[in-house]
Design a binder for this molecule. Structure first.
Ligand SMILES: Cc1cc2nc3c(=O)[nH]c(=O)nc-3n(C[C@H](O)[C@H](O)[C@H](O)COP(=O)(O)OP(=O)(O)OC[C@H]3O[C@@H](n4cnc5c(N)ncnc54)[C@H](O)[C@@H]3O)c2cc1C
Ligand SMILES: NC(=O)c1ccc[n+]([C@@H]2O[C@H](COP(=O)([O-])OP(=O)(O)OC[C@H]3O[C@@H](n4cnc5c(N)ncnc54)[C@H](OP(=O)(O)O)[C@@H]3O)[C@@H](O)[C@H]2O)c1
Length: 510
């Protein structure tokens, strides 16, 4: 993308998680300064700012859970803790001088496409209007906690909080703690808090597949070697990438791979859990990979503890000081931790996004989010989504997908610049045929063979996961082919786009 006056499009990026930062850095690397990141919180980091629960760490090895163009070589452990990942993100932001591009504590409430001017008119939650030529959403799939509808929860007199909003001011020492949920978040904090609490009751609705993690700290010598010989770090990253990528056939239900993996999990389950009843309670009723596989060295050992109980049978209601199960048991609790996941299928909600003719993205999707490569949507010109619909993975790092998406967006912007285009809008035929193909392919995956999960809408449509390998995603997204888009040529070029976004924003606010 060129940096001359007529190349400096005003780009609004919503969110400062890995996605927003990735695009911002890539813009910077190309000399583009005319972008602003809007962040509703007071700090960057997204997932890694919000999830500070004890034991939080990545579940793909840290060497592949960082930007390929900013490879960190001195990770403390194979699966790095949350604080180290957040610090990594902050160091990237410092290195590329992103702070001056970020407007913190600025939530975007909505955006409206102005077809006369070929601009997006964004509205902040405070009512300010901001004008941008290009709008990029980096709001993530796992940003808004899901609070279960359980009778009486609102009347609980103890403390209750969601795992993604951990109350560090609440001392759990010697307390009776109830955890609702037993998936990826729960299994990370349960082993840490179990030795501290008096009684820990885990309310499990479904058992999940557990893989032994084999975590360890990197030695100083290893860190030094990776830092001195960057080629080694790169080779290691690719090794991890391919070790994960070869697991894709599991998700495509290739029998040999599924059976081999399930057998390995079986062995681990039986050898780690002492009590046969407990062993049985941890046997999933869906194929491996159908929900997020869990990776932990310390969750099953924590279940063996005297003060930990797995409560089956479902929650009927919550009283002022206890949880009552459907089979009539009353389990007292001082604290309830909701490890109940996120509102994952509503994507850009609650923002009101209105495209061509004022049509809202909610109406367009009608509960079934879809986008070409998870990035562009027919009827919404110059709107790009990162980590959008059908771009989540079960088997590899999301950073890989985010980098592909940034590359695709940059390709679009460069093409727009070179052709003097004001806007591009995905052809509806392209979107429909892409979506039909993805949904057809998804029917052959473990996710289709599994009941409810955060990958699916209530009516069973898989809106979150990509339907193929990440190699194929890279292949399909490597070039921006503008022949798939309706194009509008620029008019009144220099006067409008030379104006930086911030100026427009402040002007509008005046
Ligand atoms: C606990 C946890 C652990 C995870 N571990 C892994 C892992 O190990 N490996 C992996 O590949 N993936 C993991 N994931 C998935 C993870 O979400 C992605 O890897 C990645 O961090 C997503 O980045 P993002 O920028 O797309 O979204 P997010 O990190 O969710 O960032 C979105 C940002 O947008 C901001 N925002 C949202 N709405 C608005 C608005 N209206 N206005 C302004 N700002 C807004 C939010 O405040 C936030 O900062 C994990 C998820 C969770 C919840
Ligand atoms: N790096 C990591 O290791 C890590 C850590 C945390 C999260 N993540 C990512 O974030 C995703 C979300 O993880 P998550 O654990 O926060 O959420 P999740 O996978 O959606 O799990 C939510 C848990 O809460 C249970 N639950 C939800 N509503 C309930 C209700 N009304 N009553 C009883 N139980 C209820 C679910 O049971 P059911 O299974 O029966 O629905 C499940 O056990 C993961 O899949 C992963 O991609 C990664």
């Amino acid at each position: 993308m060129n940096t001359s006056a007529d190349g400096s499009r005003r780009i609004a990026i919503i969110g400062s998680g890995f996605a927003g930062l990735c695009l911002a850095i890539q813009l910077k690397k190309r000399g583009v300064e005319s972008f602003t990141i809007f962040e509703k919180a007071g700090r960057i980091g997204g997932t890694w700012r919000d999830n500070t629960y004890p034991g939080a760490c990545c579940d793909v090895p840290a060497f592949s859970y960082c930007f390929s163009f900013e490879q960190k070589t001195d990770w403390s452990r194979k699966w790095a803790p949350q604080s180290e990942i957040l610090e990594y993100m902050e160091s990237c932001a410092r290195k590329y001088d992103l702070a001056r591009h970020i407007r913190f504590n600025t939530e975007i409430a909505g955006a409206r496409w102005d077809a006369d001017e070929n601009v997006w008119r964004l509205k902040t939650a405070a009512g300010e209007e901001v004008v941008a030529d290009v709008l990029v959403s980096g709001v993530g799939q796992l940003n808004r906690p899901s609070i279960p509808k359980i009778e009486g929860l609102e009347n609980f007199k103890g403390v209750s909080f969601h795992s993604a909003r951990w109350r560090h001011d609440v001392d759990l020492t010697g307390r009776d703690v109830a955890v609702i949920g037993n998936a990826a978040s729960a299994i990370q904090f349960i082993p840490v808090i179990a030795p501290q609490v008096r009684k820990l009751s885990i309310f499990q609705r479904s058992a999940n597949w557990m893989v032994e993690r084999g975590d360890r700290a990197y030695t100083d010598a290893e860190k030094e070697r990776f830092t001195r010989h960057r080629i080694l770090a790169l080779a290691y990253r690719w090794l991890i990438y391919f070790q994960h990528e070869i697991n894709w056939p599991i998700f495509r239900r290739v029998k040999f791979f599924v059976e081999r993996t399930q057998k390995m999990c079986e062995q681990y389950r039986r050898s780690t859990l002492k009590d046969p009843k407990l062993q049985e309670s941890q046997l999933p009723d869906y194929p491996f990979g159908g929900k997020r596989m869990l990776i932990s060295d310390d969750y099953f050992p924590a279940l063996n503890r005297e003060n930990v109980e797995v409560v089956l049978g479902g929650i009927d209601r919550v009283t002022e000081n206890a949880l009552v199960t459907k089979d009539g048991r009353t389990i007292p609790a001082d604290v309830i931790v909701l490890a109940t996941g996120f509102q994952s299928t509503s994507f850009l909600a609650p923002m009101a996004i209105n495209g061509v003719g004022g049509r809202s993205l909610n109406d367009e999707w009608n509960g079934a989010a879809r986008a070409y490569l998870g990035i562009t949507v027919a009827g919404f010109p110059n709107l790009f989504l990162m980590y959008g619909p059908n771009t989540n993975l079960g088997h590899n790092s999301i950073i890989f997908m985010i980098e592909c998406q940034a590359n695709y967006i940059l390709g679009c912007l460069e093409e727009m610049d070179s052709r003097g285009l004001a806007s591009i809008e995905l052809s509806r035929d392209v979107m429909e045929s892409f979506d039909t193909r993805v949904q057809r392919e998804l029917q052959r995956t473990v996710w289709a063979a599994t009941g409810k999960s955060w990958y699916k809408t209530e009516d069973g449509r898989i809106t979150n996961n990509w339907s193929g390998s990440t190699i194929r995603y890279w292949w399909e997204s490597r070039h921006a082919d503008l022949s798939l888009y309706h194009q509008r040529v620029r008019a009144r070029v220099t006067e409008r786009i030379a104006r930086p976004l911030e100026t427009a924003a402040h002007h509008a606010a005046d």
